[in-house]
Design a protein around this ligand. Structure first.
Ligand code: SF4
Length: 478
């Protein structure tokens, strides 16, 4: 406990973040993963700010771990004051990835809060959202009284009104949020994501140097993506494509301080990106962009990125071959990657990371051979890291009916790719077993989750999950 409070103060001292306001209602904002991942989420930081507005609540943050420090079955304590989570009137959960369901259940139980909504007696109310609920809000339905899928802005307004009225219990959540767009609860809900009109650009009020992105201030310039890749949750779940207006964005970027991280699934399609980077570079500012499209890598953008201190690029090839890229709707040709990365290398940006998936429907070894040949060609002018991940079909995407895996095939495909690359590119991978777990939790039914909850706990490994979920050669059964 002494270690926790010492770490808590060190983390607090490292941050630039507004202190909680004094309010009548106490809200525990819970990120079941680590502080480092939670404070790299602009959505989480924005929730903290909005829930601490005068007249709403006193909101404090709770994390599953501070660095390597995890609670060991005891109550989860807030970062701000060490207050136990069980003392809160309302728990607002943001779930970053599906497997953190185990951490969430363990943290609630350790704090004396019944993890199943049906057993809780209505207090505290538990509301949940976050990236993991975009593809499967049903995952959290047995635990949370209301789950919000998609954009949270409208639900947050209803939540603020509820807290302002001095309510934080389950009945209040159902009354104020049960009918909100994107809400899933005992009152119904179709699991389709809510779409709001966010006030873009959204500039984070927080700088957290110990977070995954370091001392970077995050700025959301766009929401969603105008493309329509068949495997992607961003285009369908965060549609339509919404963009920050040019003048307002340039003004806010110029006024914000420190290193900036420019975000948004389709940020490379924001037409003012190069101009914004040039402005920041002219002020001697550092900035980076979360994702780039190969066909956007022209001289102007690359020089602007370089002027902001960027030294490496990240692009997504996604499908291993021309045929499979066309199949998933990725319309970029090979020339865009070759020309873009070659120009980048010429301008001094010769380090690149390329994302690619294996296990797309209809994939053969020939597709992997084409991929290896293409990557080796790119590696003649770029120092390349290839980030390989197994394809996981997600709900509400064009490829949702596609099969997953099986795990042995995915493992053999990654081995083949590694062999064909002959050590001339670095390879990083999401393991097929981890992907199988993600697949299981993407498609699991609420009834199955309710059965699993008594067996879940914090810090579960993939092997622990495997012992609970049944697998066969084609992946998880549920
Ligand atoms: S994969 Fe990228 S380009 Fe395609 S829809 Fe998703 S965010 Fe847009």
């Amino acid at each position: 406990m002494h270690d926790f409070h010492r770490a808590r103060r060190q983390y607090l001292d490292s941050e630039q973040i507004p202190a909680p306001t004094a309010g009548n209602m106490r809200v525990g904002l819970l990120w079941p993963g680590s502080y480092e991942s939670g404070m790299a989420s602009l959505g989480f930081a924005e929730l903290y700010r909005r829930l601490n507005l005068p007249g709403v609540s006193t909101c404090e943050r709770y994390f599953g771990a501070l660095g390597t420090l995890t609670p060991e079955g005891g109550p989860c304590l807030s970062l701000e004051s060490g207050r136990p989570l069980g003392d809160c009137d309302l728990v607002a959960v943001s779930l970053g990835c599906e497997r953190e369901l185990g951490d969430l259940v363990g943290l609630l139980r350790g704090s004396g809060i019944e993890p199943l909504s049906a057993d809780r007696g209505g207090r505290p109310g538990v509301v949940a959202g976050g990236a993991a609920t975009r593809s499967n809000p049903w995952l959290l339905k047995p635990v949370a009284d209301v789950v919000i899928c998609g954009d949270g802005e409208d639900a947050l307004e209803a939540l603020a009104a509820m807290l302002g009225a001095g309510r934080g219990d389950r009945e209040a959540l159902l009354e104020y949020l049960g009918g909100a767009p994107g809400a899933v609860s005992d009152r119904g809900g179709d699991g389709l994501p809510a779409v709001s009109r966010p006030d873009l650009p959204l500039v984070s009020s927080v700088v957290a140097p110990r977070a995954a992105f370091g001392d970077m201030r995050l700025v959301e310039l766009v929401r969603g993506c105008p493309r329509a890749c068949g495997f992607c949750v961003c285009c369908r779940h965060l549609t339509p494509f919404r963009q920050a207006p040019r003048d307002l964005a340039l003004e806010r970027l110029a006024q914000s301080s420190g290193r900036l991280g420019l975000l948004g699934a389709g940020v490379a399609d924001w037409p003012h990106l190069a101009e914004a980077l040039e402005l920041l570079a002219s002020q001697g500012r550092e900035a980076s962009v979360s994702s780039l499209r190969a066909d956007r890598l022209d001289e102007r953008l690359l020089l602007a990125l370089k002027g902001c201190g960027t030294r490496s690029l990240t692009v997504a090839l996604d499908g291993p071959s021309h045929r499979l890229r066309a199949m998933v709707g990725k319309e970029l040709g090979e020339a865009a990657f070759k020309d873009g990365l070659a120009l980048a290398a010429k301008l001094g940006l010769g380090v690149a990371k390329v994302y690619v998936m294996v296990g797309l429907p209809g994939e053969t070894e020939e597709d992997l051979r084409e991929l290896a040949d293409f990557l080796l060609e790119l590696a003649t002018f770029s120092s390349l890291t290839v980030a390989v991940s197994p394809f996981v079909p997600k709900r509400n995407t064009a490829l949702q009916e596609a099969p997953f895996g099986p795990v042995p095939l995915l493992t053999s495909r990654i081995k083949l790719l590694s062999h064909l690359l002959k050590g001339r590119c670095r390879l990083s991978q999401v393991s097929p077993r981890e992907a199988a777990l993600e697949h299981a939790l993407t498609w699991v039914s609420p009834e199955a989750v309710a059965d699993l909850v008594p067996h879940l706990r914090q810090g579960m490994s993939a092997a622990d999950w495997k012992a609970l979920l049944r697998f066969d050669r084609s992946g998880p059964l549920h």
